[in-house]
Design a protein around this ligand. Structure first.
Ligand SMILES: Nc1nc2c(c(=O)[nH]1)N[C@H]1C(S)=C(S)[C@@H](COP(=O)(O)OP(=O)(O)OC[C@H]3O[C@@H](n4cnc5c(=O)[nH]c(N)nc54)[C@H](O)[C@@H]3O)O[C@H]1N2
Ligand SMILES: Nc1nc2c(c(=O)[nH]1)N[C@H]1C(S)=C(S)[C@@H](COP(=O)(O)OP(=O)(O)OC[C@H]3O[C@@H](n4cnc5c(=O)[nH]c(N)nc54)[C@H](O)[C@@H]3O)O[C@H]1N2
Ligand code: SF4
Ligand SMILES: [Mo]
Length: 709
């Protein structure tokens, strides 16, 4: 039986897979021990790729809406229908009347990650949205403001760190984020085995907290206070900037900005003892190789931008930036930040324009998705009347998703590029389904920039897609061509460019990127190319992370800005903030779940439902809620009814629900998921709660009430 090597595209861990097929069907999926990054590690979602491949509900051909039903339609007719509607709306109401939302799987899909930006640009709209603004946007804004490029994101060098602060991340469930490090349990254990420490700051005692040396409960949304107090100690007692000093600016502004912050106030705001803050901050400042890492829980909160800035500043001022065991930049073989021409991935920008209805800032050319429904529902010039979604399920994944669902009902036209008829795509006029993950080539353009070790791997498709089915990049190109033809912009030259891109395809572009990259042509005959990687199907090891300063900055900013004005100014908002209320809601991830779209695969949803409300027993008692009871959870925007699970792993005053559930909506084609529907946390999250600086949704720390049913 043929065995193929590939990479799991479901999360950021990039696990190497060995897949056995009979040529048409998957027989087995195993972890690949020869993959230089994952070395055989695998989580339960990897093998579920076989079930995804076989899922009878996964769409293989386009659908068009006829009244309340969908019927099959040929590819050419579907593309014409899609382009006609988008063109009609843009002609009548201007190009900003067409919005686009691009979801998370895009960055895990080679073709989509390279070609979706082309489609976004071709729509010529200011109404561009993506899952970034319900996720990691504060990281990009802080990187842009401090380092000069939105994608200059340092990663914790976990394999050499002696002290690892994990804030608002649960890598034992999520398998790491903005930190590709498959097998985190082993990596964390190794830190402890070499005498180091792992400290987790989280309002829930998570799987990661249990595996850590120490866990600290932090009140949701208050981390910036703790970070500011820590930074102040680092400024006074840290190793300082050392050799990086000449490559930084505005240290004195940073020092002044931190002056008002105290450990006592941090303790009052965060709920962490002052003595604990002092002790941990001093340990951090004195440690030889230490790194602070803050993820989802720190970026999807009201002060996400501040948190990411303060973290960089702490890593810098403790002498742990761009240094082994600290926060380091990867050296990807395909370097999208430094590739000549920039691959269309700009260095980013911030607040150059604002959204029509709420005046929210643009970031990197996108607007916050928390305001998409406003732009659809609010009358006036520039109102959004058509939408393209690609690899996204914003009805379940963005704040006040129920309202967004109602807004989608009112659109004149909607095109969804997706292989499920789900809570979002059920509103589409036409659905264009790309092939499954195993039917496409793979190279991780994004996550090699964020990996804890430099490796490279290119994989050909494991299986052949059905005849005639267009891949994500072909769908994007087909739509671009049709839209440009309709508006008379398809010049001969443009046609030639699009034809060249089509011929090159995603793998051709990877080949170019590899040759131009740091491990390419300049290494001579042994340099990397697509052909060279094909000769090493398990991937090649390019070694541990290496210091990259100051070269990595040269093209963007001449120096690291330690105190960018928008961030310094935002401290006033932090100081003026008040606690959120008696009970606040946070999310959680589960190893068997992947955002909103793997719940139709029987093995992943088997057993007891994971969609329960976790609550501290004291909070339950105060509200007359018994273990296992059904409760009503209400917020400003909505209500859900769900089973409660009492757990002292929850900080008092905080409850938790996983996201991505709520599969009982009418008109979807998700037989299995419907039987395990659960409720959507985003029917409770509030579109008006934001990190107002970056526009990222504050999904964490939403005030709620819980009552017995
Ligand atoms: N199994 C699985 N893996 C996944 C995903 C999935 O859905 N399932 N999704 C993938 C995606 S898209 C991403 S972005 C990554 C995310 O990966 P992570 O960043 O690791 O995200 P989470 O697992 O949600 O962990 C966030 C943690 O922050 C805590 N938290 C919430 N609010 C606060 C706060 O205010 N302060 C602090 N200190 N902590 C807080 C939560 O309790 C939670 O434990 O995971 C990826 N991997
Ligand atoms: N309350 C709360 N909300 C959250 C989060 C949270 O922790 N709490 N997490 C947030 C985070 S980190 C993220 S990233 C977002 C995710 O938000 P989204 O990206 O909007 O949602 P996903 O659930 O990832 O849905 C992905 C969609 O893409 C489709 N799909 C899968 N693979 C492909 C492909 O290769 N091509 C195409 N065209 N389609 C594909 C799936 O069928 C599905 O419809 O959710 C966010 N929402
Ligand atoms: S951790 Fe699981 S989902 Fe993530 S890449 Fe590895 S096998 Fe896939
Ligand atoms: Mo995400």
């Amino acid at each position: 039986m043929p065995k193929r090597s590939t990479t799991c595209p479901l999360c950021e861990a990039m696990c190497g897979l060995t897949i056995e097929t009979d040529g048409a069907r998957v027989l087995s999926v195993r972890g690949d021990p020869d993959d230089p990054l994952s070395r055989g590690y695998l989580c339960p979602k990897g093998p579920a790729l076989a079930a995804l491949q076989d899922d009878p509900d996964r769409l293989r051909a386009p659908l068009r809406r006829v009244g309340d039903r969908f019927e099959p339609i040929g590819w050419d007719d579907a593309l014409e229908l899609a382009a006609d509607g988008l063109h009609r709306v843009a002609e009548r109401h201007g190009s900003d009347a067409v919005a686009v939302y691009v979801g998370n799987p895009t960055v895990h899909n080679l073709g989509a990650s390279i070609f979706a930006p082309l489609l976004m640009r071709a729509l010529r709209t200011k109404n561009k949205y993506s899952a970034s603004s319900v996720d990691q946007l504060p990281h990009h804004v802080a990187a842009h403001l401090m380092f000069g490029h939105q994608f200059l994101l340092p990663v914790p060098d976990v394999d050499r760190a002696e002290l690892f602060w994990v804030m608002g991340a649960n890598p034992l469930a999520s398998n790491g984020s903005l930190m590709s490090a498959p097998g985190m349990r082993g990596r964390l254990a190794a830190i402890r085995e070499r005498g180091g420490r792992v400290v987790v700051f989280d309002p829930r005692r998570t799987e990661t907290a249990v595996a850590a040396s120490e866990h600290v409960f932090v009140r949701p949304g208050t981390d910036a206070w703790l970070l500011a107090a820590t930074l102040k100690i680092a400024l006074a007692e840290g190793r300082g900037l050392g050799a990086l000093a000449p490559h930084t600016e505005r240290l004195e502004v940073l020092r002044d900005a931190m002056a008002p912050f105290t450990v006592a106030e941090a303790a009052a705001r965060t709920g962490v003892d002052a003595s604990t803050i002092e002790r941990l901050a001093r340990e951090l400042v004195r440690a030889e190789r230490a790194v602070v890492y803050g993820r989802m829980g720190l970026s999807t909160q009201r002060f996400g931008g501040l948190c990411q800035w303060l973290i960089h500043a702490i890593n810098l001022l403790t002498g742990n930036f761009d240094r082994e065991g600290g926060a380091m930049f990867a050296s990807p073989a395909f370097d999208a930040v430094h590739v000549p021409g920039g691959l269309g991935i700009g260095k980013g920008g911030f607040a150059r324009w604002r959204s029509r209805v709420r005046g929210l800032p643009e970031a990197n050319g996108e607007l916050p998705v928390a305001t998409l429904a406003d732009e659809i529902l609010t009358e006036g010039e520039g109102r959004v009347r058509a939408l393209v979604t690609s690899a996204g399920n914003p009805v379940l994944s963005t704040p006040n998703g129920a309202r967004l669902g109602r807004a989608l009902e009112t659109l004149e036209h909607m095109v969804s590029i997706d292989f499920y008829l789900n809570e979002t795509t059920r509103h589409a006029s036409v659905i264009l389904p790309p092939p499954s993950p195993l039917e496409r080539p793979h190279y991780d353009v994004a996550f090699h920039h964020l990996a804890v070790r430099n490796t490279a791997k290119l994989s050909d498709p494991v299986l052949t897609p059905p005849d005639g089915q267009l891949a994500d990049h072909e769908i994007a190109l087909a739509l671009v061509e049709r839209l440009e033809r309709r508006r008379g912009a398809l010049t001969l030259r443009r046609r030639a460019t699009l034809a060249a891109l089509r011929r090159l395809g995603p793998v051709g572009i990877v080949d170019l990127g590899l040759r131009l990259g740091p491990h390419g042509l300049r290494r001579g005959l042994g340099g990397l190319s697509a052909a060279a990687l094909r000769r090493a199907p398990h991937g090649v090891d390019l070694g541990p992370l290496v210091p990259r300063m100051p070269g990595i900055l040269r093209a963007w900013r001449h120096a690291i800005d330690l105190a960018p004005p928008p961030l310094v100014e935002d401290l006033a908002r932090l100081r003026a903030s008040a606690p959120e209320g008696e009970l606040v809601l946070i999310g959680r991830r589960h190893l068997r779940s992947n955002n909103s779209w793997m719940h139709n695969l029987p093995k992943l949803v088997a057993g007891k439902s994971i969609c329960t409300l976790l609550m501290n027993p004291a909070d339950a008692e105060a509200r007359g809620v018994a273990a296992g009871a059904r409760v009503a959870v209400t917020s400003r925007v909505g209500a859900v009814e769900v089973e409660v699970e009492l757990s002292d792993a929850m900080m008092p005053g905080v409850v938790s629900l996983p996201h991505g559930f709520g599969h009982d909506q009418p008109g979807t084609r998700l037989c299995v998921a419907r039987a395990h529907a659960g409720v959507s946390i985003n029917d409770l999250t509030d579109e008006t709660l934001l990190d107002e600086l970056t526009g990222n949704a504050a999904l964490s720390g939403v005030p709620v009430e819980v009552r017995p049913r």
